[in-house]
Design a protein. Structure first.
Length: 367
């Protein structure tokens, strides 16, 4: 099979981790007889430095023409990087928002899994982490506060800022369908998260989610208020399977869920539209402080590439092979610095490796 993939190395550790993910994809292609065609595009700070804007129309056209996009990370240090002296619409993050909207990537899947081998990294009490957890946050990605009208103006002599939160029933329905579809392939439970005790947009959310649920009699639906969900994530994360929520709540809860795993360097994500097309990226950021040191953890990007094989190309066996290789490096005791255990006792059985060595190990397990 021919796979046409646009890569966005981006900023910070982005280029290093994308390089390793490509190595792993190439190994899969070789082992299973596929043909990977890559094309790099610039986004974020890397694009600002060359074109003065975080994403060009040509780059969007390249992405649209591909089957899928594999991204590293974008952005820099917000207090020291000159990119953040630019007006908001010219900063690195604006490129990410622009590509999400341009490609209609309304469904953002963010798994948060506690790996057995990394359970000691979980910051929760042992009685909670011992139960393990494996959840997926289905975040709406092209609506709500992120894309509503906004302005700052003087009202009665006082600067006043407005952001608007709008959702149409169609926008809610299509993301709810994605949430229930994914739940059918997992443990068949959806927790829809909203703030229906205050917000109209949440009350409509609840109504439409309940309508969609009728088509999925096997899936258990529960509603949860977002503030309670934030508490439940640290109190009893094992209760969650699919968390279905709007853009802003999903942004916040997915960071919380990833922190609770204690190993954000392991978490992948996918942003999908109504077709097989998707943009795949690690859940973590660009970590500018460790960029270029060959110490970043490439596993989140590698696992995002596995999601790409699974969701865009329906190559389940190939995706399984990558996930199995990741499991095996962990059980064999290889760790990048971010997932090294803290105690000397535990460290004894581990081998610390850099970003490119981790990529090489994964490749060797796939061959
Ligand atoms: C994320 C990020 C982005 C978001 C930023 C960089 C605009 O935090 O992907 O979660 O808020 O969506
Ligand atoms: Mg975020």
């Amino acid at each position: 099979m021919d796979l046409n993939i646009v890569c966005i190395p981006g900023d910070g550790i982005g280029p290093e981790i994308v390089t390793e993910a490509k190595k792993v994809l190439d190994a899969v292609a070789k082992a299973y007889g596929h043909n990977m065609n890559y094309k790099d595009i610039l986004m974020g700070g890397a694009s600002i430095d060359v074109h003065g804007i975080p994403l060009t129309d040509e780059a969007i056209a390249d992405a649209k023409a591909a089957d899928a996009v594999l991204m590293g990370s974008i952005g820099g240090n917000t207090s020291t990087s000159p990119w953040y002296k630019l007006p908001p619409e010219k900063r690195p993050e604006a490129g990410l928002l622009k590509i999400r909207k341009a490609l209609n990537l309304f469904a953002n899947l963010r798994p948060a899994v506690l790996y057995d081998e990394l359970a000691s990294a979980c910051p929760l009490k042992e009685e909670i982490s011992a139960k393990g957890f494996d959840m997926l946050i289905m975040r709406e990605l092209t609506g709500g506060l992120y894309f509503g009208e906004r302005k700052t103006e003087e009202v009665n002599g006082k600067l006043t800022a407005v952001d608007t939160l709008t959702y149409s029933e169609d926008e809610i329905r299509r993301i709810a369908i994605k949430g229930f579809d994914v739940a059918m392939k997992r443990r068949k439970k959806v927790t829809s998260v909203d703030k229906a005790n205050v917000l109209d947009s949440s009350r409509l959310w609840r109504k439409i989610v309940e309508e969609v649920a009728k088509d999925y009699p096997e899936v258990t639906l529960e509603h949860m208020l977002v503030d309670n969900c934030a508490m439940q994530l640290v109190k009893d994360p094992a209760q969650f399977d699919v968390i279905l929520t709007e853009n802003m709540f999903g942004d916040i809860l997915s960071d919380e869920a990833s922190m609770v795993t204690g190993s954000i360097g392991m978490l992948s994500s996918a942003s999908l539209n109504d077709t097989k097309f998707g943009l795949y990226e690690p859940s973590h950021g660009s970590a500018p402080d460790i960029a270029g040191k060959n110490i970043a953890n490439p596993i989140a990007t590698v696992l995002s590439a596995a999601m790409m094989l699974r969701y865009t190309f329906d190559l389940d066996k190939e995706a399984d092979a990558i996930e199995a290789a990741v499991k095996k490096v962990l059980t064999d005791g290889y760790r990048t610095v971010d997932i090294m255990p803290q105690t000397e006792e535990e460290k004894k059985n581990m081998k610390q490796v850099g970003c490119s060595e981790m990529g090489d190990l994964l490749v060797s397990y796939i061959q």
